[in-house]
Design a protein around this ligand. Sequence first.
Ligand code: FES
Length: 90
Amino acid sequence: MYICLCQPVTDGQIREAVCSGVACNVRQLQNHLGIAKQCKRCARAAKEVVNETLLSLERNHPPTHSIHAVAMQAHLEKIPTTQSAAGFSL
Ligand code: FES
């Protein structure tokens, strides 16, 4: 599914960028994939995909001391404790 229409980018491309460690937030996706640079309507949806992917990584690969794990932990701390951006309780 396309997340950004101004710079055609799919949710799969965003997941791949997050899983490969290239990006773990929308600002890094802006630099890597060029999303959310024009109308910015995709920023919220992109953030949700990032959050979902980070949560999935967290569940499948518990944090270690890697740089990515530290970035993931910092990112997760910004998500409200009662409900994630994906819409389910943590
Ligand atoms: S939809 Fe992504 S910048 Fe416009």
